[in-house]
Design a protein around this ligand. Structure first.
Ligand SMILES: NC(=O)c1ccc[n+]([C@@H]2O[C@H](COP(=O)([O-])OP(=O)(O)OC[C@H]3O[C@@H](n4cnc5c(N)ncnc54)[C@H](OP(=O)(O)O)[C@@H]3O)[C@@H](O)[C@H]2O)c1
Length: 402
């Protein structure tokens, strides 16, 4: 791969998140990174280039064109893409990377599409040496690397792995972009058309390898629950369905170091008192009713008229003032040995923080001496501790015991 023209190509650099990734790469790495920006509209790419005041090479290309994707990935060690919804636009690029041995990372949280890429391209990636890594944003880096870090602390203190980890999302501030809303709408639409997708979402282990899709966890609880470990009320968390499947896949891909009975669940903390209970009940109600309402096409169409459009998202102030934190409570059998950790970050989770996570994942794939062979990985199994170090150094994130 040393003969490739670039270390990294960022595809989708003109989008809301893509332009933030471009800013992060430029500000953090300057001329020390050999990278290029790609997109379907040269004038828009030139605008991003002039905003950054840089001379990074530009490549005009269309992600729907399989031949163009083959040509693109042959020029670089790594492709980092923010072209979504991935289920609509992402497959030709993953196919090209898997065939050419080009490493790849993205921001998808679309479980149905990930299951598809694993089925279709994992073997090809294993043969070519391509490391393909989905979910390199707020979903699912804090959860997946948070579990890895927490298990390392369990080993350090108790010389064993936890067989139960509860992740609890604490304070956070942020909102959704048009691109994310478009991805959620596509997922709802595809679920309505394809019963297989609903089946996939009903399986908590649907991202595990075939034959390894069972374990102790059931579907996420959709009620308000008082958590006695955290002594707070909790509600369902909107990204738990994706994050929990990614964490379970990480355990499976490593050969079950945490055990086949390892159990993980993710919820949101809402407070200790009556107000916390009310908030938990309201969120729980929304999480039950929202998907049912949005499964109707006409309601989706109506809602999308009032929601942010592709290319739109939170203001620079909202991104800068944003923040997030997740707590992890790990316990070995019968809860006798425990560890509590916290993963936090400055900037809003969805965009300010996500763009830095994706940028660091891409540079990690391009520059770090990673040990895993080709395949379709999770962030923890592809990059693990290397990425934790990068995120703490360059992305405003902290991993700590509390
Ligand atoms: N996991 C997370 O935490 C997280 C957080 C944020 C976003 N996301 C996901 O990231 C994706 C992007 O979100 P966003 O808000 O940045 O969306 P966006 O602003 O709509 O950007 C989409 C980008 O894709 C480009 N594009 C679309 N079709 C293309 C094609 N055929 N060929 C080449 N480029 C094409 C667009 O180009 P133009 O500029 O020319 O239109 C734009 O650059 C979404 O899937 C979203 O769900 C995930």
């Amino acid at each position: 791969m040393n003969d490739r023209e670039f270390d990294l190509i960022l595809l989708g650099a003109t989008g809301f998140t893509g332009s933030l990734v471009a800013r992060h790469l430029h500000d953090t790495y300057g001329d020390t990174l050999n990278w290029a920006m790609a997109g379907r509209n040269l004038a828009k790419l030139q605008h991003v280039q002039s905003e950054l005041n840089c001379s990074v090479p530009l490549i005009e290309t269309d992600s729907a064109d399989a031949m163009a994707m083959n040509a693109l990935v042959a020029r670089t060690k790594v492709v980092c893409t923010t072209v979504g919804p991935y289920a609509l636009y992402g497959t030709p690029l993953v196919a090209a990377c898997a065939a050419a041995g080009t490493h790849y990372c993205d921001l998808t949280g679309e479980v149905q599409w990930m299951a598809q890429t694993i089925n279709h391209f994992e073997q090809l990636a294993q043969e070519s040496g391509a490391r393909i890594v989905h979910t390199c944003g707020f979903d699912s880096i804090p959860s997946d690397l948070g579990v890895l870090y927490t298990q390392q602390r369990m080993q350090a203190h108790h010389q064993c792995y936890a067989d139960t980890i509860k992740a609890r999302v604490g304070r956070f501030s942020g909102s959704a972009s048009g691109g994310t809303i478009a991805s959620m709408m596509v997922m709802m639409e595809q679920m309505g058309k394809d019963a297989g997708i609903a089946e996939l979402m009903a399986n908590p282990y649907s991202l595990n390898p075939q034959g390894e899709q069972s374990g102790p966890d059931g579907l996420d609880e959709n009620q308000a629950i008082y958590d006695t470990d955290f002594e707070q009320w909790t509600s369902p968390f909107v990204m738990a369905a994706v994050n929990a499947r990614v964490v379970r896949r990480s355990n499976a891909l490593q050969g079950f170091p945490y055990g086949r009975q390892f159990s993980y669940d993710e919820r949101q903390l809402t407070g200790v008192d009556k107000a916390g209970q009310r908030k938990a009940k309201n969120i729980a109600f929304g999480s039950r009713v929202g998907p049912a309402v949005m499964s109707f096409g006409p309601i989706r169409k109506l809602a999308s008229r009032f929601l942010p459009k592709p290319g739109e998202g939170p203001s620079p102030e909202a991104q800068l003032n944003g923040h997030f934190e997740l707590f992890f409570h790990a316990a070995s059998t019968a809860g006798s040995r425990t560890v509590r950790t916290r993963v936090s970050g400055d900037r809003d989770p969805g965009y300010g923080a996500t763009s830095r996570m994706l940028g660091e994942a891409a540079v990690c794939l391009a520059q770090d001496d990673l040990k895993c062979p080709g395949g379709i990985y999770t962030p923890a199994t592809a990059m693990g501790e290397n990425l934790i170090k990068r995120l703490q150094r360059n992305a405003g994130m902290t991993f700590e015991e509390v």
